[in-house]
Design a protein around this ligand. Sequence first.
Ligand code: MLT
Ligand code: MN
Length: 310
Amino acid sequence: MLKVLVLGSAAGGGSPQWNCNSRVSQTVRNGKVGTSPRTQSSIAVTANGEDWVLFNASPDLGSQILNNKQMHPNRGLRHSPISSVVLTNGDVDHVAGLLTLRERQNLSLYAHKRVHSVLKENSIFNVLNPDYVDRRELQMNEKFEIKSKEGKGVDIEIEAFEVPGKIALWLEDESKGINFGTEEGDTIGLKIHSSNEDKSFFYIPACAKMTDKLANRIRGSKVILFDGTLWKNDEMASTKVGEKTGQRMGHMNNSGDDGSMRAFEDLDVKRKIFIHINTTNPILLGDSEERKIVEGNGWEVSYDGMEIEI
Ligand code: MLT
Ligand code: MN
């Protein structure tokens, strides 16, 4: 088996976002049929039904664990089925949940060295006591087995690779020019495999551009969970909640000639699922035109609690 549980399908801020009254946030908050709240970006994966690997640790992790019984302790007084955590970047929506994982629990924590150095510089993450949490550097373009803190395999292998993106918002440095100090490895994608079966899928919650290299990598794949942040590049401005474009934030839009739906058109990916979706994106509304368009193009819109059997 290779099973994905979507813990959080929304982008940073969640949906509804606490301070937002745009169309989607308001509709979700009012509980309209066909809409549902979404927490911030994270998935859990198992290949044996017992050990789970968390991909990104969302600020909502506490409630995500509570709301998904697969994540509950089930062996003895102190236990968690979460053996390891893998980070795809240093965004708040992907690292703040690490603070929820304190309390003397053995974990292995995998991230690119850029992200590890940021965690190291921020002493609040010292709550992840090194006696219990083993920080391991992710090598790029190399398939390897995820292991628990104690060195036990969990039947999952991953391959990490750099994708076009941006340094985390809270680390942007304007003095470093138009890319704010972004370097290779600030945003990565993952191919996640079962060690025992020929099953795999891609998880790429942030991606600024489809390159030939990335297209060749994912061509013909069975399942992909891909950056669904915005419907269009100027969505923050057109919904009057901000000015930043998707490109400025390191995210491809879903629609348009430069969008992900077009980029995937000839890639023969069997199951395409949007994840990390911003609360301004109308595809979150079950009855929107935009939802019809993405579904008409063969895309699914992930939701919290969604289970995907690879
Ligand atoms: C993003 O994906 O653009 C970030 O999560 C934004 C943020 O940190 O709020
Ligand atoms: Mn994010």
